[in-house]
Write a protein that binds this ligand. Structure first.
Ligand SMILES: CC(C)(COP(=O)(O)OP(=O)(O)OC[C@H]1O[C@@H](n2cnc3c(N)ncnc32)[C@H](O)[C@@H]1OP(=O)(O)O)[C@@H](O)C(=O)NCCC(=O)NCCS
Length: 176
């Protein structure tokens, strides 16, 4: 599928291609995108997260580029055998409020639907609560649930420096 997007701002390059699956080569650009959209967390190493997504059959990390092949948006969709989830929903500031945010979410919805998922969900950090209005606008409802979390392994940020000496790279995820 090829789609063209006519930007409504004067100096923003148009989007020239359909989304494509991310590759390991996208890690620097994804890191920049996540930093400039506030999605970057030091404990979520991009090298780790991208490689983990790419080797997961139930995950789909998609990126959008402009006509100059600059990476301008991404979304990570995945399912766990029950629900679909989206993470890393980001559009570079220059391209925000031009319809691309809706496009990336509906693309993820379409992919999850094609996987057999009938209900999907996402998490919004409390410090980013303004985004709740965005997702409500796209048809999502807030649930009365508490998300609970536990570390069941050493965080990659603590693990990688030592593991790299053992030959672990962005494309090699150690078991367990
Ligand atoms: C969230 C994000 C991807 C939205 O991208 P965007 O390109 O600005 O979104 P769009 O222009 O496609 O907007 C889609 C619709 O949502 C609406 N919308 C956008 N931001 C909104 C907001 N903060 N509150 C309510 N509605 C909003 C738009 O008006 C538009 O409505 P329409 O399609 O009916 O005309 C972008 O703001 C972003 O990257 N934010 C930083 C990263 C982030 O916080 N991600 C979410 C983490 S939970």
């Amino acid at each position: 599928m090829l789609w063209f997007y006519q930007d409504t701002t004067m100096n923003v390059p148009a989007i020239a291609s359909a989304p494509r699956p991310a590759t390991l080569d996208d890690i620097p650009a994804l890191t920049r995108l996540w930093q400039e959209t506030g999605l970057y967390r030091p404990y979520n190493l991009p090298e780790w997260d991208v490689a983990f997504a790419l080797q997961s059959p139930n995950a789909n990390l998609l990126v959008w580029e402009d006509v100059n092949n600059a990476l301008i948006a991404c979304i990570l969709a995945g399912h766990d055998g029950h629900r679909g989830w989206i993470y890393y929903v980001g559009v570079t500031p220059d391209h925000q409020k031009t319809g691309l945010g809706r496009k990336i979410v509906t693309t993820a919805e379409d992919w999850l639907r094609s996987c057999g998922v009938w209900r999907m969900q996402l998490m919004v950090r409390s410090e980013n609560s303004a985004m709740q209005d965005y997702y409500r606008h796209l048809g999502y409802n807030a649930l009365d649930v508490t998300v609970m979390q536990k570390n069941i392994n050493v965080p990659p940020a603590d693990r990688l420096p030592a593991d790299q000496e053992d030959g672990v790279s962005a494309g090699s995820i150690p078991a367990g």
